[in-house]
Design a protein around this ligand. Structure first.
Ligand SMILES: [Cu+2]
Length: 230
């Protein structure tokens, strides 16, 4: 009898650990050679912070062909945002560029803009296209003060720009659930803690387009993608 109880308990623990969550990981590769990047038209003031001329970063391709700055998300999962209690994401204005160039956060999550360019005035101008997400335009003087934004509606690649420096752009994808990522410069990505189940994984790159794949997560899963230069 005791033995039976033990086995029942073991079986229960076993089934609980099966119905769990895991990391969805993968790598995005780029096929083809993108057009050369253009030099940013940086002005004299910002040029002082930027002695090495900087190009655009439309394609962040690693030596192994991995593609960075790709937004990865799960489709069909919505209304699960934990943005209100999540730590803010931070975008720095440094060398008259936004860093990171591409990022993502949840609806209701704070987006803190940091200023790391002594002597330079920026203004932060998000230009959302989804109704209900407010446009704003705030001057940002040098110093430790942060500007904070947040958006309550999902929107992919919501654009931030600086009206003082017309080459400064950042793109933030706002998601109403916590299952998303932006690929690293080597093309790898990881979405942590995905509950077991079947999903459609959707990826989007600003220039190389979109792709989707079905995946079954069982304590984790791996899914790789290839995008092509258009
Ligand atoms: Cu600026």
């Amino acid at each position: 009898m005791k033995l039976t109880t033990l086995f029942t308990a073991a079986a229960l623990v076993g089934s609980l650990s099966l119905a769990n969550a895991g990391d969805l990981t993968g790598k995005i590769s780029l096929k083809g050679t993108p057009a050369p990047e253009k030099e940013l038209p940086i002005d004299a003031n910002c040029g002082k912070l930027h002695p090495d001329k900087k190009p655009t970063t439309h394609f962040y391709v690693s030596q192994g062909g991995g593609l960075g700055d790709v937004f990865v998300t799960l489709k069909g999962v919505s209304g699960k945002s934990a943005g209100a209690s999540a730590a803010p994401i931070v975008i720095d204005q440094k060398g008259c560029e936004y860093m990171p160039y591409v990022s993502a956060c949840q609806t209701g999550q704070k987006i803190n803009l940091k200023h790391s360019d002594p002597g330079i005035l920026h203004n932060v101008h998000p230009t959302p296209t989804v109704a209900g997400n407010p446009e704003a335009n705030k001057a940002h003087i040098p110093g430790p003060g942060l500007l904070t934004f947040q958006f309550d509606n999902a929107e992919e690649f919501l654009r931030f720009k600086c009206d003082v420096h017309p080459w400064m752009f950042a793109y933030v994808s706002v998601v109403d659930h916590p299952y998303f990522a932006v690929s690293a410069p080597d093309g790898s990505f990881k979405i942590a803690g995905v509950p077991d189940g079947k999903y459609t994984v959707a990826i989007k790159h600003r220039k190389a387009g979109t792709a989707e794949k079905e995946v079954e997560v069982k304590g984790g899963a791996v899914v790789n993608f290839e995008l092509e230069v258009k």
